[in-house]
Design a protein around this ligand. Structure first.
Ligand code: SAM
Length: 216
């Protein structure tokens, strides 16, 4: 049996605002527990309101490591007003822009996981440029344009330690399945073609790859 979160953690995850279905969340949790054994931080790109962060944070707590989560908190293209994934409650009425940071902080506080997470508020590319230490797991769930997905891959995948895991969400091999595009699928292919990563598991649109060679 793969490791599963305790019932209160699963309940907090399912109650949180966000986009990750439970089946994929359980696969992410199992990957995070395994990667935690390397004793290195676990990093997520794409915090939104903290739904998947809950799972990484709990796995980090179990392993005695820290979870890091990167987001500018202004939302992806498909989450802006007028798009299918827009939630008007995420808009700061004073400035008229999305701001998911307050909801994220409340989510983590209510789950009792604040002290296990470092929130990095900024653009993924910019944060990656100042990051220089190995990670046990990198989970890519940020922007869905090729520009952003490639920047996430190029910025963060090099930091996955030997034996560590690269997890990519929203991998849709069939273009009919996803209207926000196939950029995550293309970086998944890129990772496999690099020869540096080997697929470990596939759960719906979540792919878990392990670093088995150098480079990206
Ligand atoms: C699909 S949501 C993440 C969902 C979240 N993991 C969950 O479980 O609900 C994508 C997030 O990536 C963020 N994002 C998109 N492009 C980004 C970029 N270039 N840098 C930082 N964050 C970005 C958006 O603000 C958004 O919150």
């Amino acid at each position: 049996m793969p490791p599963a979160p305790k019932p209160e953690i699963l309940a907090a995850f399912e109650a949180a605002k966000g986009f990750m279905p439970t089946g994929e969340g359980l696969a992410l949790y199992a990957a995070a527990v395994e990667a935690g054994r390397l004793g290195l931080p676990l990093l997520e790109v794409g915090t939104y309101c903290g739904r998947s962060t809950i799972l990484l944070a709990d796995a980090a707590r179990e392993a005695g490591v820290t979870a890091l989560t990167v987001d500018h908190h202004r939302g992806s293209e498909e989450q802006q007003p007028g798009w299918e994934y827009h939630d008007p409650q995420t808009v700061d009425p004073e400035i008229g822009l999305m701001d998911t940071l307050p909801t994220f902080r409340r989510t983590l506080h209510e789950a009792g996981l604040e002290e296990h997470v470092i929130a990095l508020v900024g653009r993924s590319l910019q944060v990656a440029k100042v990051w220089n230490s190995p990670l046990g797991l990198v989970f890519i769930d940020g922007g869905h344009t090729d520009e952003h997905a490639n920047a996430d891959y190029e910025g963060w995948a090099p930091h996955v330690a030997e034996g560590g895991l690269l997890v990519i969400h929203d991998v849709f091999p069939d273009p009919e399945d996803e209207f926000t595009g196939q950029a995550p699928y293309r970086i998944y292919l890129r990772a496999l073609e690099s020869g540096a990563f080997t697929e470990v598991s596939a759960t719906d649109s979540l792919r878990v790859l392990r670093r088995t060679g150098a480079g990206v």
